[in-house]
Design a protein around this ligand. Structure first.
Ligand SMILES: NC(=O)C1=CN([C@@H]2O[C@H](COP(=O)(O)OP(=O)(O)OC[C@H]3O[C@@H](n4cnc5c(N)ncnc54)[C@H](O)[C@@H]3O)[C@@H](O)[C@H]2O)C=CC1
Ligand SMILES: O=C(CO)COP(=O)(O)O
Length: 351
């Protein structure tokens, strides 16, 4: 049996953290995986040098995951097609707004035995319609596609702090063990389930709820103490958010299972993102800074991308086109505060 060749498509904060795990596991399971793991990097200049050159020399993504060594068998490549050449396992780990373009560029360029896994947290949005990235990748590239999502703040995973994740694969009997071996470590424990739909619904929508949680924190920090919201308020947002996530999944997608919401991809990811994620952090700053989300993203994230605010907008447009915004009051309120100038205090008004 020939060895599986892995390509990682993306090299941001999570992309780099996962490259560390995949690189280590490719070495550990040398009976299964080719030693070399290629990582596609959207090329940019850092201190006047190509980021790919810096990564290949220092074995560190100094911009998106500074201070963490990547295994030497992870090779940064600026050309997407070259990075994926000959690979039969494709790991998609990009901010969701870039996936469509990348899939279009890869169309017709993959081998016939390739399969993919999506680590993207977001939903594909075209013409007021929403779909899953596993479907977008599968339909564009004609490769079976699984999904991985969990309570996985990248910096913590990169520092080998214990956590769990969920892989959803509709073809898990065929590929579940392979994906497990590529990602599982003693500190990053993988559970494989058959429900890739809910895995992705959870990963996308918890980011919208985390924006709501960040707004609560911002009100709590407010110098004028303009509102008395505390941990109980944030817990209410989390609980109501979880219910809306499940309702959204069950209303618009087939095969959504309630028990998946109790996996790492569900309640655990919702909690960790509402406590320690970037969506929470930037939304907290939004309340008292008077700055737009775009300004804060640039100032606070050094090129990393927020997913929750764009997803809130996409979900809102999808719901509006179906006259259903009032059926999802929390997600609708998050949208109105971020984009329509509603006061942040309204975050709990309609829930
Ligand atoms: N960072 C985290 O803690 C976690 C992130 N995720 C999810 O993983 C996905 C990827 O996130 P990160 O790796 O953290 O990315 P990130 O937030 O660090 O985004 C920066 C990345 O986007 C790339 N980029 C910028 N412009 C681009 C373009 N036009 N085309 C293609 N790429 C471009 C940059 O080169 C860089 O690699 C997201 O959906 C995110 O929600 C999932 C779990 C944890
Ligand atoms: O998905 C994440 C943790 O599982 C990271 O969330 P943020 O994008 O809000 O940092």
């Amino acid at each position: 049996m020939s060895l599986h060749k892995v390509a990682i498509i993306g090299s941001g904060n999570w992309g780099s953290a996962i490259a560390k795990i995949v690189g280590e596991n490719a070495q550990k399971h040398s009976d299964l995986f080719d030693r070399q793991v290629r990582m596609w990097v959207f090329e940019e200049q850092v201190d006047g040098r190509n980021l790919t050159d810096i990564i290949n020399e220092k074995h560190e993504n100094v911009k998106y995951l500074p201070g963490v060594k990547l295994p030497e068998n992870v090779i940064a490549i600026p050309d997407l097609i070259e990075a994926c050449q000959g690979a039969d396992l494709l790991v998609f780990v990009l901010p969701h707004q870039f996936v469509h373009r990348v899939c279009t560029d890869l169309k017709g360029k993959l081998g016939k035995n390739a399969r993919a896994i999506s680590l993207i947290k977001g939903l594909a949005f075209h013409d007021n319609n929403i779909s899953l990235f596993t479907d977008e990748i599968q339909n564009t590239l004609n490769v079976p596609t699984a999904a991985l999502s969990g309570a996985n703040i990248a910096d913590e995973v990169a520092q080998e702090m214990f956590g769990e994740t969920t892989i959803g694969s509709q073809t898990y009997e065929e590929d579940g063990e392979l994906w497990f071996k590529l990602f599982n470590t003693p500190y990053f424990q993988v559970t494989v389930i058959a429900d890739s739909v809910s895995v992705q619904i959870c990963g996308a929508l918890k980011n919208v709820i985390a924006v709501g949680a960040g707004l609560c924190d911002g009100l709590n920090d407010s110098p004028s103490q303009r509102c008395r919201y505390g941990n109980n308020t944030k817990a209410a947002v989390i609980r109501r958010g979880l219910l809306e996530m499940r309702k959204f999944g069950k209303s618009f997608f087939g095969g959504v299972r309630t028990e998946t919401f109790f996996q790492s991809c569900g309640v655990a990811d919702l909690i960790t993102t509402c406590l320690g994620g970037r969506n929470r952090k930037v939304s907290e700053a939004f309340v008292n800074s008077g700055k737009s989300i775009e300004e804060l993203e640039k100032e606070m994230l050094n090129g990393q991308k927020l997913q929750g605010t764009t997803t809130a907008k996409e979900v809102h447009e999808f719901l509006k086109a179906r006259n259903m915004t009032e059926d999802f009051p929390l997600m609708t309120t998050v949208y109105r505060i971020i984009y329509d100038g509603e006061p942040p205090e309204t975050i709990v008004r309609d829930i």
